[in-house]
Write a new protein. Structure first.
Length: 136
């Protein structure tokens, strides 16, 4: 991978971080609305969050396309960077950003799982959990 490709990857990872942060914030808002039993706010936040999730998916699809443009050792290098591991010159900034994105993604998934289980109970896409109606 050339320097300009690493810089482009870093910029893409920064955009991913911003979008992940937005989705995490919206998920927190959703959690608060669920706790308040505020159905109007739940619907509003879900609509906003859906748009943000779709934008996040677009960024991730673009990242996948960038990987398809690579060949041989560059694919392995790309995968290492996305896993948060830098091994070559100029890789550290993109690898650090990717590692940060992975940590943020894990936090987002944990919160999403909890909110989804409270909202959906046994119909949760994450499996059974306490339903909203069952909450004190």
């Amino acid at each position: 991978m050339e320097l300009h490709e690493l810089e482009e990857l870093l910029e893409l990872e920064k955009k991913l971080y911003q979008k992940l942060s937005t989705v995490l914030d919206q998920t927190r808002q959703l959690s608060d609305a669920v706790d308040r039993h505020d159905q109007a706010s739940v619907r509003m936040v879900l609509d906003m969050r859906q748009k943000s999730v779709l934008e996040l998916q677009e960024l991730q699809a673009y990242l996948s396309l960038k990987r398809c443009d690579l060949s041989g050792g560059d694919v392995q290098r790309f995968d290492r960077i996305l896993a948060g591991t830098a091994s070559g010159p100029g890789e550290a900034p993109a690898a650090e950003q990717a590692a940060s994105n992975l940590r943020l993604t894990h936090r987002l998934l944990e919160l999403d799982r909890a909110v989804n289980r409270r909202l959906c109970g046994s119909r949760s896409c994450y499996g059974p959990g306490p339903a909203l109606a069952e909450q004190p």
